[in-house]
Write a protein that binds this ligand. Structure first.
Ligand code: PNS
Length: 177
């Protein structure tokens, strides 16, 4: 029987619990789910591609049919390369719909056999976005339960490099603080 491979493309800057919720849902309906991180040279992301990939790999390890990859250029070309027949995108609220519809229809025009599948994340994440997480973290707000602990820690390190230095020292000396 033909295996259905789907791509879940995005910027993931950073990964949120909403993304993870969708990845888990996607892993249940597709034979293989490839989380495709967009490598966009025009954007200046908070996290490097390597950092985003590392976080995604650590947090999706539990789902054996999920793998993390990155791509550049048109998503439809990447889909051909990895033999994906579906694209997974999340719709949180009606406000997402217009942009997502536009993108899905453009992708259909470019690649008629590639099907876009929309899924809704849990309601608890319906207001959550990477952009807001970045903003709240940058302004010192609490982002626990919005992102995995690993991401929260990495965000804290980004905002305050002194935290990273302290943790490195802690690991070296074995001291608890
Ligand atoms: O998480 P994001 O930033 O909303 O994801 C947007 C993404 C990566 C899905 C979209 O920008 C994309 O597919 N970019 C690749 C270039 C491309 O194919 N553009 C035409 C889209 S119709």
């Amino acid at each position: 029987m033909k295996k259905v491979i789907a791509i879940y493309p995005g910027s993931f800057d950073p990964l949120t619990n909403g993304h993870l919720d969708l990845i888990e849902r996607g892993s249940k309906i597709f034979d293989q789910l490839i989380v495709g991180i967009l490598r966009n040279p025009e954007k200046d992301p908070l996290f490097s591609l390597g950092e985003r990939r590392e976080m995604l790999e650590a947090m999706t390890e539990q789902w054996k049919n999920v793998r993390v990859d990155s791509f550049e250029g048109l998503m439809v070309d990447y889909a051909v390369k990895v033999r994906a027949s579906a694209v997974l995108r999340g719709i949180r609220a009606i406000s997402d719909y217009e942009y997502e519809l536009q993108m899905a229809l453009m992708n259909r025009k470019l690649s008629p056999n590639l099907e876009t599948v929309f899924m809704m994340p849990a309601e608890a994440y319906s207001y959550l976005s990477s952009r807001l997480v970045r903003e709240v973290a940058q302004l010192g707000g609490n982002i626990s339960r919005l992102v995995p602990e690993l991401v929260e820690q990495k965000l804290r390190e980004k905002m305050d490099p002194a935290i990273k230095l302290r943790d490195v020292r802690k690991t070296r000396t074995g001291k608890k603080q």
